[in-house]
Design a protein around this ligand. Structure first.
Ligand code: ATP
Length: 276
């Protein structure tokens, strides 16, 4: 069976630059997994996601998504019980689509992209992101607009979801629910998520793989369950946030104090949800 994503010997260069943005990328992403892409600004994360989505043409190397060339006209997978888009890419330019500032009602907007056809899924997303169908786009806050956008972006099921940091405007509840939803999706149907982010709160239990990109190269790929452990004691002795784990290639991460649980509890209280 084909993998969610299979990349072989991929090197990609923008015409304006001497050095390639991506070098010798080899990557295999199985089904039913969540992968985090971690790297500095300019490391190559967005370029990789855009190539996987078919937004850039790949000339050197081979990319297959669900066994298909992402640049080919076939964008739907009708092989399973549900009709799926092969990839959904939600990135920076998607965040700035014009419609989000127009004087248009949410229901009208969702109907225009097939809400009736994906009603069950749409209702789940609307409920999850606490969107009110009577809202009008031009009167919303940035985070409310982003929540509506996410419903639009996730309405049609996909095989591979490529998320390029689109959660910065979300409050901690919306982000937490979105991450839970994506986890549930990958556990209940044939799909996978690749997520490039600089925000790590709430992700400690989330990924299956963590990929470190530096200077356009994949420098490390950790199998989360096998290669990553959290330790409160060992690292304190060495005063290092990350130390080598017990097996070669694995890492032990110091427990980090984070305000994320507190903010989540406060905001859950604010909207009347039970806190743990
Ligand atoms: N449209 C473009 N034209 C030319 N060069 C580009 C273009 N987009 C990105 N690059 C270059 O490709 C390299 C990788 O950029 P990319 O956007 O993939 O990084 P990134 O890891 O997503 O960074 P960030 O964390 O800032 O989003 C950078 O050196 C950048 O200057």
């Amino acid at each position: 069976m084909s993998k969610a994503v299979e990349i072989k010997n991929l090197t990609y260069k923008f015409p304006e630059h001497e050095t390639p943005a991506l070098k010798n990328i080899e990557l295999s992403i199985p089904w039913n997994t969540r992968t985090l892409l971690i790297g500095c600004n300019g490391a190559g994360k967005s370029t990789l996601l855009r190539l996987i989505s078919g937004k850039h043409l790949c000339l050197n190397g081979n990319i297959l998504v669900n066994g298909l060339d992402p640049f080919s006209p076939t964008s739907m997978d009708v092989s399973g019980e549900e009709e799926c888009q092969n990839t959904t890419y939600l990135g920076t330019e998607w965040c700035h689509m014009n419609i989000i500032n127009r004087d248009i009602g949410i229901l009208e907007l969702l109907n225009s992209i097939g809400y009736q056809h994906f009603k069950e899924r749409g209702d789940k997303l609307i409920d999850m992101l606490s969107v009110d169908l009577t809202w009008r786009m031009h009167r919303l806050s940035d985070g409310q607009k982003r929540r509506v956008q996410l419903i639009m972006g996730l309405l049609k099921p996909w095989r591979v979801l490529l998320l390029d940091e689109v959660t910065v405007d979300l409050d901690v509840i919306a982000r937490s629910k979105l991450l839970d939803f994506l986890k549930w999706e990958t556990e209940t149907r044939k799909c996978s998520v690749i997520y490039a982010t600089h925000i790590f709160d709430g992700l400690a239990e989330w990924p299956n793989y963590v990929i470190h990109i530096n200077g356009g190269e994949i420098v490390q790929r950790l199998d989360y369950a096998k290669d990553v452990s959290f330790s409160s004691d060992d690292n304190k002795k060495t005063k290092k946030a990350v130390t080598t784990g017990n097996t070669p290639g694995s890492v032990s991460i110091c427990k980090v104090d984070s305000l994320h649980p507190l903010a989540l509890a406060w905001l859950r209280g604010d909207i009347g949800e039970a806190t743990d």
